[in-house]
Write a protein that binds this ligand. Structure first.
Ligand SMILES: [Zn+2]
Length: 153
């Protein structure tokens, strides 16, 4: 039996390349492992609030750092961006965990990617996402979005 080159996403049915781990359209996991998917679903907002309440945020970030290191050790080249809204400035501030060589080129591009990521975060909260509705009707060209961003600040 030959393995299929494409497999459909369980969430949105988009065919994805068989070696991908995340759907290229909806970002859901392409894993069909029941235990994993149940575990992921249990990590909801309620779980997050309990972690914050019990002051275990540092432990979760430590475990993310370990997961990134593990991916590096098996030959993947992970970059984990994670951002939090600063209460004082009300602005998204991103941090990154990676084991890429800290060359001038890497630092230059990571810096730009971090800025782009912070931009995405600011857009995500100001424009409500409405999944499963038809696209195109409320499409705003990227140029105008950037223009909006400039007038906001
Ligand atoms: Zn999908």
């Amino acid at each position: 039996m030959t393995r299929p080159k494409f497999k459909p996403c369980a969430s949105c049915q988009t065919p994805n390349q068989a070696n991908r781990k995340t759907c290229c359209v909806c970002f859901e996991s392409l894993s069909t492992k029941k235990n994993l998917n149940e575990k992921v679903q249990s990590l909801d907002r309620e779980w997050g609030q309990a972690v914050v309440k019990n002051r275990n945020v540092g432990r979760i970030i430590d475990s993310a750092r370990i997961a990134v290191r593990k991916l590096e050790a098996i030959g993947y080249k992970p970059i984990l961006f994670f951002g939090k809204k600063e209460k004082a400035s009300n602005k998204w501030v991103a941090d990154v965990i990676t084991h890429l060589e800290p060359t001038a080129t890497t630092r230059n591009f990571l810096e730009k990617m971090q800025r782009a990521y912070e931009f995405l975060l600011s857009k995500d909260t100001s424009v409500p996402v409405q999944p499963h509705t038809s696209t195109g009707q409320q499409f705003v060209p990227p140029k105008e979005q950037w223009a909006d961003e400039q007038t906001e600040t």
